[in-house]
Design a protein around this ligand. Structure first.
Ligand code: SF4
Length: 345
């Protein structure tokens, strides 16, 4: 049975729903900008937020940030255990650290003691850049075995302090390695797994890598919380993460737009229609299937299966709703008519 932990009131692991995380890219000391970004991410459907805590001022800022936000906040700590303790004292709901890089065992014991008193989870992160030399040599390089052994050792340091409120995060920028390492880790223990492809790159590259690496693990039932790493806005990370869960039928996330790729039969500007409808529905939370099809070859079939849809003709389109033809529209009226009908559903 997988272990369930809680960041604030958000459950991770066990039988809980897969959650989506992101990380702020504001200066954590700038409370106004950080709160503004977190609120925007909350509206997009972010479940848990992580903030970098590189100095004491950032650790103190957590107190003010926490007063303004609703989702749990994880403090991301490196090197200095005092930053972890101060973040916890200021209301962090979780700590992300790598025990190996915050000094001696006494430092770790101090952090664990505070976590234990407050029942706060520790997210233990290992990525392909932080595998210990000993494991690289033992397993002939950076691979699933050396990553997992390195993570197990880090987890063991916390367990040795008598604490097991733990989430494990094993990341690589390599899709196959992330898949293999997390598949292997799932067999080793029951701690919740945080999935991500680290340093995945730009919006397009990062989305593709994450869809393959994280998506394939989720399809096997592996993974409890996810973060899409993009060299782009955190809002896009949340959008991609939530869409990924939607398309795997794990969690609904607004309308699902089905549209054809267009071809030589298309006689309306389908790309423009799809883009305008998608843009207009960006914050819509209705769980709907919307079919926007270019012609009558596959159009009416798809449109009829959907909650609502259109099948294009020559400068016009037929509007379907719940399988019934509603009316024929001029091309210029298609977007507004679709949006009006969606509003009524
Ligand atoms: S639905 Fe029609 S227009 Fe769209 S790709 Fe298929 S055949 Fe072409």
């Amino acid at each position: 049975m997988k272990k369930k932990i809680y960041y604030g009131n958000v459950a991770v692991g066990g039988d809980s729903i897969v959650t989506v995380q992101s990380m702020t890219n504001t200066d954590t000391r700038n409370v106004i900008e950080t709160v503004k970004q977190i609120k925007s991410l909350e509206r997009k459907g972010c479940d848990i937020i992580r903030c970098a805590v590189p100095d004491m001022e950032s650790a103190y800022a957590i107190k003010e940030i926490k007063k303004e936000i609703y989702i749990p906040l994880i403090a991301d700590i490196h090197f200095d255990h005092k930053l972890a303790i101060k973040s916890l004292e200021n209301g962090a709901d979780g700590i992300r650290l790598n025990p190996g890089n915050i000094g001696n065992k006494e430092n770790i014991r101090e952090v664990v003691k505070v976590c234990s008193e407050k029942n706060i989870p520790i997210s233990v992160g290992v990525n392909s850049g932080s595998v210990k030399k000993e494991y690289v040599e033992k397993y002939n390089g950076i691979n699933a075995n050396s990553l997992v052994e390195s993570a197990v050792e880090q987890v063991g340091i916390i367990e040795d302090c008598g604490y097991d409120n733990i989430v494990i995060s094993i990341k690589s920028s390599d899709v196959n390695l992330t898949y293999e390492a997390n598949s292997l880790m799932r067999k080793r223990n029951e701690y919740p797994l945080h999935l991500g492809i680290t340093e995945a790159g730009s919006f397009v590259n990062g989305t593709i890598k994450s869809a393959m690496g994280i998506g394939s693990l989720l399809m096997k039932g592996i993974g409890d919380t996810i973060r899409i790493s993009l060299t782009d806005s955190p809002e896009k990370e949340v959008l991609v993460g939530r869409k990924m869960l939607q398309f795997l039928n794990i969690r609904p996330y607004g309308p699902n737009i089905i549209s054809c790729p267009t071809c030589g039969r298309t006689r309306i500007n389908l790309e423009k229609i799809v883009n305008e409808v998608e843009e207009a529905l960006v914050d819509c939370k209705k769980d709907l299937n919307i079919a926007i099809m270019g012609c009558i070859v596959n159009g009416p079939g798809e449109a009829k299966e959907a909650d609502i849809g259109i099948a294009g003709g020559d400068g016009k389109a037929v509007l379907f709703k719940k399988g019934e033809v509603v009316r024929t529209l001029k091309e210029k009226d298609v977007v507004n008519a679709l949006l009006e009908e969606i509003e009524k559903i």
